[in-house]
Design a binder for this molecule. Structure first.
Ligand code: MF3
Ligand code: CO
Length: 249
């Protein structure tokens, strides 16, 4: 069942997502050659706790960290470590919190120093794909309209969309119905309604869409070792169209 939220509830999910957006923007500024992914994880947790929020991923299905940090060929669920970021890396930061009972969840991909033109094009294409998907998040549309818009924009640019991981509803749980694939057919799937809150999160690969999970049980990497990027926003469907909750105002 897909839950329809009242405007008051959407504002509570917004408050949580504001915290996420603010923290992601601080982390983005900290990213530079020499910092380790564990440094960023510690900082994310410290910032969340200062705001009275709980890191949402820590302990979720046993995940041991606050932040997911996926570097280069890592797609999602990369684990913070002593890895030192170097110029040319691309780094996906995926962060979530629980604040007063409601969840926020968002992700960005950030360059470290100077990166290749192709890596920059991958990052930009993935972010644009997210916004193409968000544009379709309006009442009367179908879930497949979001999925198809994301897929089309990534594939038109010559990239591929990951099949094995999807976006999700969000609210009183980190993951709620519906699942939101980043590929699909326009006009298919459930009808979208005002009050739905969706975490839309395209994962776009430079080469094959195929992925595998490392032996640590978490880190998802591309099968061909090529780059991957990830962007995510939590979005409410309202009578005024899509309302992006995970932005700092
Ligand atoms: N944003 C991701 C998601 O929506 C990360 C959660 S995975 C976790 O699934 F297990 F680390 F929490
Ligand atoms: Co998510």
């Amino acid at each position: 069942m897909v839950i329809l939220r009242l405007p008051e509830e959407i504002d509570k999910i917004r408050a949580s997502n504001h915290i996420v957006a603010e923290i992601l923007s601080i982390l983005r500024e900290r990213i530079a050659p020499g910092i380790t992914t564990a440094d960023l994880d510690r900082l994310s947790e410290e910032l969340a706790r200062k705001k009275g929020a709980k890191p949402a991923f820590k302990g979720y299905k046993g995940y041991p960290y606050s932040l997911c940090i996926s570097v280069n060929s890592e797609v999602v669920h990369g684990m913070p470590s002593g890895r030192v970021l170097i110029p040319g890396d691309i780094v996906s930061l995926d962060f979530g919190v629980n604040y007063k009972g409601y969840y926020g969840d968002a992700a960005i991909t950030v360059p470290v120093g100077q990166i290749s033109g192709e890596a920059m094009r991958l990052i930009e294409t993935t972010e644009k794909g997210l916004y193409h998907g968000i544009k379709e998040a309006r009442t009367g549309n179908r879930l497949g309209d979001i999925s198809a818009a994301i897929q089309r924009s990534a594939e038109t640019a010559g990239f591929s969309v990951v099949r094995d991981f999807v976006g999700h509803g969000i609210g009183k749980n980190l993951h709620e119905e519906p699942q939101i694939p980043n590929f699909g057919v326009k006009g298919r799937g459930i009808e979208l309604k005002n009050g739905m809150v969706l975490a839309i999160e395209p994962m776009v690969n430079e080469g094959t869409y195929k992925v595998r999970v490392l032996d640590n049980g978490w880190t998802v990497v591309t099968q061909d070792g090529k780059l991957s990027a990830h962007f995510e926003h939590s979005v409410a469907i309202t009578e005024n169209g899509p309302d992006i909750l995970s932005v700092v105002h």
